[in-house]
Design a protein around this ligand. Structure first.
Ligand code: FE2
Ligand code: FE2
Length: 214
């Protein structure tokens, strides 16, 4: 997983490079883009991004809620609470963006609410290291997911969606901090760490795939 984290960081730095080299172009057209009324109903990409990110942040919020229900009063409780506070902010931000751009939310929100909580509480019941392994698995996948979106947005809409890009970049960085937090709190000492993270990452990728469409 450390290798995965290194690979992910390399991808992050590549995207950061792209962001800085194109920032002049982005800034020069920022004034123009704020004048244009963007509507997700006219952009399949924007609609898809907002739907899946909102779904993902709902799931993340509930994963940490599940972990807190089990581990809230242990020594890692405050660490999990801090990560959840950020997920709540991410979730609320995408709720606003979905309304602002009139995107279609996923029909599967009730499922992600339950699945997220069960995943969080289930891994926490295996112990704090397993909960942190869950965090590492989820945040690795979400970090890669945000990077892919940043790259796709910049390629297909150069100079557009500057505020959204900034939000994606900020949230990507915060997810990577959560990944670091998981590693710092002995995620790799969890029982069956490799199998556990592999299963969770596969589940996350499936959830992303479904939420982009449904
Ligand atoms: Fe998040
Ligand atoms: Fe996160």
């Amino acid at each position: 997983m450390l290798k995965n984290a290194v690979v992910l960081r390399q991808a992050v730095s590549n995207v950061r490079g792209c962001l800085s080299t194109s920032s002049r172009h982005v800034q020069s057209s920022a004034t123009t883009s704020t004048k244009v009324k963007v509507d997700a109903r006219n952009s399949e990409l924007l609609d898809r991004i907002l739907r899946v990110d909102h779904a993902g942040e709902v799931g993340a919020d509930m994963i940490y809620a599940g972990q807190l229900a089990v581990l809230g009063r242990t020594k890692v409780g405050h660490v999990i609470q801090e990560m959840r506070d950020q997920e709540v902010h991410h979730r609320e931000t995408f709720e606003k963006l979905i309304n602002q751009y009139r995107a279609r939310p996923t029909a599967l929100l009730p499922l992600w609410n339950v699945a997220g909580f069960v995943l969080g509480a289930g891994t926490a019941l295996l112990g704090s290291q397993a909960a942190m392994a869950c965090t590492v698995a989820v945040e690795t996948t979400i970090g890669q997911h945000y990077n892919n979106q940043i790259r796709e947005l910049m390629e297909k809409h150069p100079g557009e969606f500057t505020e959204l890009l900034q939000t994606l970049k900020q949230f990507r960085d915060e997810e990577l901090e959560h990944l670091d937090t998981g590693l710092k709190h002995d995620a790799e000492q969890a029982p069956a760490y490799r199998a556990l993270t592999k299963v969770i990452q596969t589940g996350c990728k499936a959830a992303i795939w479904i939420s982009e469409k449904v």
